[in-house]
Ligand binder design. Structure first.
Ligand code: CA
Length: 232
């Protein structure tokens, strides 16, 4: 709504400014007729007069900002996250969407509740404001499951065959092909000792999420006693 404040001119009365006090013209809805007739019955020496009003409109209505959603749930580390697109319409200035400012403090690496604040001004300086809540939840990451024993005991001098594993995910069933390990360089099968193999995910899923690494302990040991031969 716009508020109208009346100012007027009239050739009739020399005390016209006094007459204005009795005119029921503030506030008035817009649009307001520019020509009105008023009677200044309460202020002497005013008499009924025909007056011309100038409708001095004041914009006191801020723009209205809209978004498709005002509450969002985003998975942790979702690289596809972007704040919702907003539009802003003002009763006088019209579409002021291009002037919207956004204060986006969302950190997708840290689960929690965040607020995104949108603000915009109309030509009269009225501020429209909208707050969107964004909840970052613990992500549904893929998970690595390794096959075989862990720890795995290996007889020294024998060939190590990596039992491997698989990757499970609620959305993508075909991620196991991205399982990789450093078994080839993690240890020497001919050297006694305890080693750790690290299994990782070589490529993130469609959400940009990767599985947490999984370790397998390999113990290279010598359990076969020497055999003595007597050559005759
Ligand atoms: Ca306005």
């Amino acid at each position: 709504m716009r508020l109208g404040r009346a100012s007027a001119t009239s050739a009739h009365s020399p005390s016209f400014s006094q007459c204005l006090a009795s005119l029921p013209v503030d506030p008035v809805p817009a649009p307001t007729p520019l020509l009105a007739t008023a009677r200044c019955a309460k202020v002497s020496p005013c008499s009924p007069a025909r007056m011309t009003f100038t409708n001095d409109l004041v914009d006191v209505t801020p723009p209205v900002i809209s978004t498709a959603v005002t509450n969002m749930v985003v998975e942790e580390d979702d690289i596809n996250y972007i704040p919702p697109t907003a539009t802003a319409i003002d009763d006088i200035s019209g579409d002021v969407s291009a002037s919207i400012s956004t204060n986006d403090t969302v950190n997708i690496a840290i689960p929690g509740l965040y607020t995104v604040t949108y603000t915009v001004l109309d030509a009269a300086g009225n501020e429209g404001r909208l707050i969107v809540q964004v909840q970052v939840v613990v992500g549904n990451r893929p998970v690595i499951f390794i096959s075989g024993a862990n720890p795995l005991f290996l007889e020294a001098g024998t060939t190590f065959i990596d039992p491997g594993g698989n990757i499970t995910d609620t959305l993508q069933p075909d991620l196991s092909q991205h399982l990789q390990s450093n078994a080839a360089i993690a240890f020497g099968a001919d050297k006694l000792g305890t080693y750790e193999i690290t299994y990782t995910m070589a490529k993130p899923d469609r959400q940009g999420l990767t599985a947490a690494p999984v370790l397998r302990t390999v113990v290279v040991q010598d359990t076969i006693a020497p055999v003595s031969y007597v050559i005759t």
